[in-house]
Design a protein around this ligand. Sequence first.
Ligand SMILES: Nc1ncnc2c1ncn2[C@@H]1O[C@H](COP(=O)(O)OP(=O)(O)OP(=O)(O)O)[C@@H](O)[C@H]1O
Length: 647
Amino acid sequence: MFEIKNVSKQYNGEFALNNISFSIAKGMNFIVGASGSGKTTLLKIISGMEQDFDGEAYYCGKSVKQLTPSEKSYYYNNIFGFIWQDFNLLEDLSVLDNVLLPQYLKNNQSRKNAESILKDLKISDLAQQKVKYLSGGQKQRVAIARELMKNPRVIIADEPTSALDEKTAKVTMDILKAISKKRTVIVVTHNTHFIDHTSNVISLDKGELVTSPQEVVTTTESLKYDQRHSLSVKNAFALTKSTIRSKWGRFGVSALTLMVAGVLCLTTVSGAIGDSSQGEFDKLIDTYGEGLKDISVVGSFMSAGGTDGKQEEKPNANVTQNIGGLYAKYVDDKRVDFIAFSQAFNDIKVTMNGKEFSIPSTGSAPVINKLVAGKMPTDKANEVVVPDGFVQTLGISNEQAIGKEIHFSSKIYNWDTGEPVLKDASITATIVGVADTTVYYEYEGKVSEYSVTDSFFFSKVALDDLRRQAEMKNENINFTIRAKTPADMISIKDELNEAGIVPLGRFELVEDIVRLNAQTIEQSGSANAIIGILSVVIVIAIFLITGFMRTREFAIYKVSGFRNLHLGLLNLTERMTETVTAILVMLIASPLINVATKGLFSINLFHSNLLFTGVPLIALVAVAAYFTTTIAILNTHTIKALKTGDR
Ligand SMILES: Nc1ncnc2c1ncn2[C@@H]1O[C@H](COP(=O)(O)OP(=O)(O)OP(=O)(O)O)[C@@H](O)[C@H]1O
């Protein structure tokens, strides 16, 4: 069966094996020799685990040097069984699960066969026991049972009795001898007293062959290599299930790691930490109202002498500026929420459904804090936004007011002559929106409020009509731009300043916030990046550690016939199961996570779509975990990971 021809192996220039040749037939074969004589090296060469040596080694005429990884895994799953000094069982799995391990690469797992082998080895009552609770002798029988499940032609045993007491060692050796009646058994041992006259002995001394089997093998068995040998997805999930069952703590830590890393990445991706400074501005809005984002563009005003940041103070000197064309420029600007004309009206009378309402004059330009219903007027028709106070007098809700038609008549001051002249103007318009017209102002450190109850905002076409009726020649109507964000407000203000226009507004207050915001975003941007990178590094570190802690486990899979490809699939099913668990935990724990992130970063992490952004992020982190575990799998050197005996 085995033919070893002129085999030599050197480590660092020293011969571990020096030009040895012999043959091995069916039956019991012992490889003996002092420590360091080359026994294990020979075993590695025979089994194909070591393919870098001089000379040739054949099994059934096939050179072990030429075994491909796929052929090797087929051999380890069907032809070679391995028994080790340290048993190399998966300690947390049950006896039965261990015995069934090589069977996962076959389409139909023969449980019956496993039970019958356990019975033959007198350990059937241990089938459901976890291996870690067994004695050494019992463990070695489980290991033998697992290898017999392969129905191998050859059993290769490296010091199988070294870790056992005399009595158990004898029992184990008797089992191996019984097995050798039908198969080839090769045993490396120090214990020469187990050798009887029926066994072949290969005796080594300092890498040289001292004794070899008397019988020269001339006939070789033919070797068929056509069995199906793959890990199905179903079996990969079954194996994952049994791994999780035996190591649920490890599984829990992995799933939790993925979830935490995913959530941390979510804070990075969402930029939610940066948004927390938005809260500062929101507080100001609460105090000063939405009008804080207003930019008043007026044709003339009284100034306190320049634009030295005191624009918000009461003007007292005449300034005129050309604001023509600015409305058209900004009406569709992306930074603009809306534009409202600042046309004041006196002696307003509104007729609705035949009923006339008189609106008391406040003498102020109209003010809009925010829309409470509907929308701002468009330029397409005679549209108007009315004050909510007026809607209240109608005795209807704000929503009910939308779409209603009003007849509006008032007096408008015409300043064309330099002196105010009151002119009549009236129009019929449709209500498209209702406005809260509260004004907030600060006086002696206290914020107070009042409402400009005669604030009516018309569409440009309607207002042009009213102004025509009032015989106003100046076409430039003052208006207010409501910016979308504080940053938008400042950028529009700067733009107007550059164009030589002095807008009015609470720029100082807002500019501070914008600067603070930019700073916070910059700082939180780097914090975000660090958190994101850290979370991925943590995942890589944890999976690298767990991966390398599992090299013995991976090596056991490998000597059972699993290839890197199969372990890759197993890695995939394990990470997938962890990912699904992590996602479920995240969804269930999202209220708790919200509390935690609120405490840490003053943000509510899980709102609207963010929760579902977390799902692909966990999956992405799991990809990093997958590749990290792959590194551990690829770096698993079977012999190094399994051999814990004399060296
Ligand atoms: N990977 C290696 N790197 C360097 N030297 C090695 C390596 N493997 C084996 N050797 C050396 O080769 C010689 C034979 O080692 P081998 O393990 O085959 O002996 P052995 O008879 O199995 O010893 P033991 O009974 O102690 O296990 C020893 O001198 C050993 O130090």
